[in-house]
Design a binder for this molecule. Structure first.
Ligand code: S3P
Length: 432
């Protein structure tokens, strides 16, 4: 339980680097484990989700040494993973689960996976259906849609698969399974989603091609170990970027943050809302652009967020909804039904939480409609629904009220941003 006693007049001021990108950290362990040779990963995110990935691969016989944010993985080669002797506990991590299912589908072993209550309720048929089509034997609760799931993998055949939902996790799961398949795997994505898997496969010297909206991967190519520096996570930075953008008097710079265009939807939306924001790409690590973003607080206007915008900012929609509550006019978020299948139903959680704070917000099947107002929000006692991004939204909302805000289960924030409250303190000057 944590109580935040902010002031409506408070602002976000300062410069910082945020912890490593969650999506890239997961993939770095997975690909390094399948590679020939030793890979060094720097600025690895030591949040609980990525530690679940690390632990799962250790349990499959991969030697992994961690010293702070530096991780050294001794790769086992494509077919070198061992059968885990214990069921693999994937905690709260949907990304670990869906991507790992692709790897387990290709490994000639039997493995079982399970997770916490939230993960146990998240749909998995979006990956188990195509992985079965490739030849993996998968069973689980409700015909393999829910954990616990067991997989007997091996002898995969390639597929050509059009993504029925816009999900990088599903695309990545099929591509990872495609590494083990005999022949050409093709994933067709009608709307572009984050492409870290494709970029990182190239860094491991795998020939993966994109032709328009198709991603093509020939199976059985060896992965060659490489060193990786993980950029700062724009999804973590987004909480302070959005907080600063909507609070006049704020001035915030995030340094060394990932600027992959499949992830920068939040920047585009803040600009569309009228934010005073500048971005500079300073270098590339592997194929990933990295740079700095500076934002000054300003008056913002409501916008419509839909279609191709959505996968580029899916994880930022809770904090964007909070920004919209301060904007002039109406914000409409649509085509975001996937929000209902995240760590919690994020449409329900955001609408309930912000309504309780006095925001005029309503949920729709695939999004939210928010009427902005510049009045202070109401404080009170809130919970995060065991969802790190809801917890951080509540913390930033405390900057918009003159009353105290209590968050009853702040621990879950360490899933993606273990040092969040330290950074919150230093940027707002308010001691938590
Ligand atoms: C992720 C993809 C997104 C995102 C999740 C991480 C990834 O999920 O919400 O936090 O690392 O591939 P979907 O691809 O299922 O939308």
């Amino acid at each position: 339980m944590i109580t935040l006693t902010q002031q409506h007049q408070s602002s976000i001021r300062g410069t910082l680097s945020v912890p490593g990108d969650k999506s890239i950290s997961h993939r770095s362990i997975m690909l390094a484990a399948l590679a020939e040779g030793e890979s060094k990963i720097q600025n690895f995110l030591t949040g609980e989700d990525c530690l679940s990935t690390l632990q799962a691969f250790e349990n499959m016989g991969v030697s992994i040494k961690r010293d702070g944010q530096t991780v050294i993985v001794r790769g086992q080669g494509l077919y070198g993973l061992e059968e885990a002797k214990v069921p693999l506990d994937l905690g709260n991590s949907g990304t670990t689960t869906r991507l790992l299912l692709g790897v387990l589908a290709g490994s000639p072993h039997h493995n079982c996976i399970y997770g916490d209550q939230s993960l146990t309720n998240r749909p998995m048929s979006r990956v188990t259906v195509p992985l079965r089509q490739m030849g993996a034997k998968i069973d689980g609760r409700e015909d393999g849609n829910f954990l616990p799931i067991s997989v007997r993998g091996g002898s995969l055949k390639p597929i050509s698969y059009t993504l029925p939902i816009n999900s990088a996790q599903v695309k990545s799961s099929i591509l990872l399974a495609g590494l083990f398949a005999e022949g050409l795997t093709k994933v067709i994505e009608p709307v572009p989603t984050r492409d870290h898997t494709e970029r990182m496969l190239k860094a491991f010297q795998v020939d993966v091609k994109r032709e328009d909206n198709e991603i093509l991967l020939e199976g059985n190519q060896p992965l060659m170990a490489t060193d990786i520096e993980v950029p700062g996570d724009i999804s973590s930075a987004a909480f302070f970027l959005c907080g600063a953008a909507m609070k006049v008097g704020s001035s915030f710079t995030v340094k060394d943050v990932g600027l992959n265009p499949t992830r920068t939807g939040v920047i585009d939306i803040l600009k569309r809302m009228g934010a005073n924001l500048s971005v500079s790409i300073n270098r590339y690590i592997g194929d990933e652009p990295i740079g700095d973003i500076t934002v000054l607080g300003d008056k913002l206007e409501g916008v419509t967020i839909s279609g191709n915008d959505i996968p580029r900012l899916i994880d930022e929609l809770p904090i964007i909804a909070l920004v919209a509550s301060q904007a002039i006019g109406k914000t409409v978020i649509k085509d975001a039904e996937e929000l209902r299948f995240k760590e919690t139903d994020r449409i329900g959680a955001v609408v309930d939480t912000l309504s309780k704070m006095g925001v005029s917000i309503s949920g729709t099947e695939d999004g939210m409609i928010i009427e902005g107002s510049q009045d202070p929000l109401k404080g009170g006692e809130f919970n995060s629904y065991h969802d790190h991004r809801i917890g951080m939204m509540v913390a930033i909302a405390s900057l918009l009220t003159n009353e105290s805000v209590t968050l009853t289960d702040e621990e879950c924030i360490s899933i993606s941003y273990p040092s969040f409250f330290k950074d919150f303190d230093s940027l707002t000057g308010c001691h938590v």
